[in-house]
Design a binder for this molecule. Sequence first.
Ligand SMILES: O=P(O)(O)OC[C@H]1O[C@H](O)[C@H](O)[C@@H](O)[C@@H]1O
Ligand SMILES: [Fe+2]
Length: 219
Amino acid sequence: MCMLLFDSSIRMRSQPMQSSAQMQVDLPAVIEIQTTGEMNGRTRLYEKHLGDMSGVYLDTEQYEQAVAESGPDTLIYFVNEHKYQDGPGALIVGTSTLLPGKVGDEFAVTRGHLHATANRAELYHCLSGHGVMMLETASGEVSTVELTPGKAVNVPGHWIHRSVNVGTEPFVTLFCYAADAGQNYDIIADAGGMKTMIIDDGAGSWTAVPNPRHTGYEG
Ligand SMILES: O=P(O)(O)OC[C@H]1O[C@H](O)[C@H](O)[C@@H](O)[C@@H]1O
Ligand SMILES: [Fe+2]
């Protein structure tokens, strides 16, 4: 019995290392990206509609009214993405196109999330439109980064992130992050929303104000 165990461990150790020539490798992917967010060569497209945004905006009365007037199927944003596998090591590259609009004073937003594997970073590069990337950590740090075409934000791991369209055109970003990052949406919902809201300042611009419903991320 002992000899058998010993024999098998020897066999395992003596197996030759796999050379890169023998490894199954992904093929390089060529994708075409427009400043509208259209993507040739995508592997996935998904859309979020007004009806999917329940609980996201502070003014629930205005939200319900918008749903009643425009219908739950009104498009809010769409995401094109390309990935060859779930990683580790692989990238997801994609575009997010967030249409302009407001619910009450609050500008249109994506749901927002923390990466399920929280240390995974993400690049956002603005292709068109005018937006703000809202960034918050679970321990209460806040950063709001204004994005216009050509500007990018390299978001480190551990930052909750959400896009906001503060303009009158679609806000389009090119993003890139680790394919094994995943998304944790509950962290925002469980905290009563993000700590900060981006609202119309009444003078043609935007301003960041505290969300009165926010209960903190860590309790
Ligand atoms: O996932 P959401 O918070 O709804 O945001 C929509 C999309 O926005 C970004 O551009 C992210 O990188 C995507 O991974 C995300 O899915
Ligand atoms: Fe993300």
